[in-house]
Design a binder for this molecule. Structure first.
Ligand code: AHR
Length: 492
């Protein structure tokens, strides 16, 4: 029998709008995330526009990319922006120290990245190097990119082919400073942060590197000592289904227990956001500083046979549910969460697109982003959800989870959108809602928990049409097991 779920939606806003930038992306110089996956070079036979592959760019444009964070990650704190300007043939080759010690040709640098975001219609979010370069180098990068003056740096940019200054909206001051960004104590990082922002004489959103290890004291110390000198602070949150980083679990062929562990892990982001928000509220009661979850996603064992350090993994229906549950959490925390960036855009971790030479496919996570598009800029509405905890597998594995999770919002055109996730892989759910039907939209589900798209079957898992008729005693939505439904509905 289906799980009986009741949903009570009110017309009252639950918080400020869902910033479109919570549907943001992260693209690092890591494995084939940039080279091969997005950039094929100007001499490639793969159709491209100035080196950026057309198939991938077109697919990404269809879901609307609001912002791209680049060039790392850990890579960012080892990156010298000067390596990536000037004639491509003369750029130095470095070693990518964090990601396999492979040669980094610097073919993609500042000009190429800014071309990418212009092609996508996205904002640029540069991750600045605080770990291994000087404050002067950081301020000079910004001047090189944004100055309209006759300074030597602005002239150098013009000589390199870009006359008009670029707009750089967001600047990260280091990345994971507690780890690969320099193994700093938060006290030391707070001082460095203040030092590095001193010479940024260009209006830019100053993003401090925050926590990624569940350590409240990192956020507390940074907010106390440098809160005045930042506009946002970050949280990194990865869903690792297995018991440890050594045993993360495989992306496909997992057990029901690992299904449950992944979803439980994904929902755990809410507790981290809440804890972080409480600390921020104490230091910044006016809510000036935003919280950016600028790395999130699943992290599985690498794809068998793939290069270690390239973080390549397949992507299944389970990853799509992780994404949908994560979006619902972001919708519940719009007072602080103003940006989030999935790790990562192409070929790395919870990718939206996978490529293999000239071939590419869209992952279930891509489809989750697609389904949730109407929520960009929408106003979340208050709701009450009465749902049973889910079935036997949940109990047996000790993973206490709701059967269904929901989010409702009024879109910019005034229409109400409802997102429902049925977490239970075995049991359907019947959701009765105080909404006037009919409802129509799309459904993502499959027979197998690890259903996915492969290069031999690139369209195996795609959304299908979903409808719920108008009914007098409340609208009834029948959710298949392990599914995501996003529908437009009548007024509450
Ligand atoms: O996304 C992969 C890596 O995860 C990033 O480079 C780093 O910031 C995080 O540890």
């Amino acid at each position: 029998a289906p799980a009986q779920v009741r949903l009570q939606v009110s017309a009252e806003a639950a918080g400020p709008v869902i910033e479109p930038t919570v549907y943001g992306h992260f693209a690092e110089h890591l494995g084939t995330g940039i080279y091969g996956g997005l950039w094929v070079g100007t001499g490639s036979t793969i159709p491209h526009t100035r080196g950026w592959r057309n198939d991938v760019i077109q697919a990404l444009k269809r879901i609307g990319v609001p912002v791209v964070r680049w060039p790392g990650g850990c890579f960012a704190d080892d990156y010298d922006w000067r390596d990536g300007i000037g004639p491509r043939s003369q750029r130095p080759v470095r070693l990518n120290k964090f990601w396999g010690m492979v040669p980094e040709p610097n073919e993609v640098g500042t000009h190429e990245f800014m071309d990418l975001v212009e092609q996508l219609g996205a904002e640029a979010y540069l991750a600045g190097n605080m770990g291994s370069m000087t404050p002067r180098a950081l301020s000079q990068w910004l001047e090189y990119m944004t100055s309209d003056s006759r300074s030597s740096l602005a002239e150098e940019r013009r000589r390199n082919g870009r006359d008009k200054p670029w707009k750089v909206k967001y600047l990260g001051i280091g990345n994971e400073s507690w780890g690969c960004g320099g193994h700093m104590r938060p006290e030391y990082q707070a001082d460095l942060h203040r030092q590095y922002v001193t010479w940024l004489h260009t209006p830019v959103v100053r993003v401090a590197s925050g926590d990624g290890e569940g350590r409240d004291e990192v956020i507390d110390t940074l907010m106390a000592r440098a809160g005045q000198d930042m506009d946002a602070i970050t949280l990194h949150y990865y869903t690792v289904p297995g018991p440890s980083w050594e045993h993360k679990g495989s992306a496909l062929g997992f057990t029901p227990e690992y299904w449950a562990r992944a979803l439980r892990g994904a929902m755990g982001i809410e507790a981290r956001i809440e804890a972080t928000r409480r600390i921020m509220d104490r230091h910044d009661p006016a809510g000036r500083v935003a919280l950016y979850v600028d790395e999130w996603g699943t992290w599985h064992d690498p794809e068998p046979g793939s290069t270690p350090g390239f973080l390549q993994q397949q992507n299944s229906l389970r990853d799509a549910l992780v994404a949908a549950l994560t979006f619902n959490v972001f919708h519940r925390h719009t007072t602080r969460v103003k940006m989030a960036n999935v790790a990562q855009m192409v070929n790395v971790l919870q990718a939206l697109v996978l490529t293999d030479g000239p071939r590419m496919l869209l992952t279930p996570t891509y489809h989750a982003f697609d389904l949730y598009q109407p929520f960009k800029g929408a106003t979340p509405l208050k709701l009450q959800l009465q749902t049973p905890r889910w079935g036997e597998i949940g109990k047996e594995s000790g993973q206490d989870l709701p059967a269904v999770d929901a989010s409702v919002a009024r879109a910019t055109d005034g229409r109400v959108w409802l997102a429902l996730v049925n977490l239970d892989p075995q049991r359907p759910a019947r959701v009765t809602a105080n909404l006037a039907g009919p409802a129509e939209g799309r459904l993502l589900t499959a027979a197998a928990m690890d259903a996915h798209n492969s290069f031999s079957q690139p369209h195996a898992l795609e959304p299908s049409r979903f409808e719920a008729p108008a009914a007098s005693g409340g609208m009834v939505l029948e959710l298949p097991p392990k599914s995501i439904v996003v529908v437009r509905v009548g007024e509450p």
